[in-house]
Design a protein around this ligand. Sequence first.
Ligand SMILES: C[S@@+](CC[C@H](N)C(=O)[O-])C[C@H]1O[C@@H](n2cnc3c(N)ncnc32)[C@H](O)[C@@H]1O
Length: 194
Amino acid sequence: MLKFKATNMQDKFSKKARIEGYKARSVYKLQDLDKKYKLIKKNQKILDLGCWPGSWLQYCQNKLGNTGLILGIDKQEILGLDVNFLKKDVMDKDIISEIRKISVDFDLVLSDLAPKTTGTLDSDLSLDLSNRALYIAENVLRYKGNFLVKIFQGKDTNKFIEKLKKKFRFVKSTKPMASKKTSKEIYIICLLKR
Ligand SMILES: C[S@@+](CC[C@H](N)C(=O)[O-])C[C@H]1O[C@@H](n2cnc3c(N)ncnc32)[C@H](O)[C@@H]1O
């Protein structure tokens, strides 16, 4: 019965994304968090890490209109979107200098970075990516800027959250409605960089 319900939800968000012209159902995770925490506003500079296929970029574009600046980064090429994009691995040594060529003071850093799921090592790989996203945010986010980061829950998640609390004034983990109940992913909202 539960399985049937989860599948129904998944279909609901995938179908909605197709109808509304979004590249992925994950857009509704960002929309949900944006409605609660007012993350995305006109004129902002937004960095989106792990942006492929681009539904978060589309959402940000819709909210910003012609204002602000959006930069997406992913290992995979995005198609059909008119937005600043770097095809890059976030682990590359020159990642900070490449981002700084576009801007040095982002208002918001988003990270939906996710490893290819294999089963056993997923949460460790996800933690590496989340730590990398935090390192990038520390280097290119302005004072009092905000950060949203995905992580697959594992034994070290709490330690990561404690680390975030040292860097941001408000930190809260949450599971948006469109996130599959069976997935270990959670999103951590970090407001007001110290
Ligand atoms: C869940 S998808 C992002 C979906 C996106 N937020 C959207 O709504 O369209 C996660 C992305 O992280 C990217 N990724 C994973 N590891 C990466 C890395 N080391 N460097 C850059 N991108 C990476 C993957 O290529 C994948 O496209």
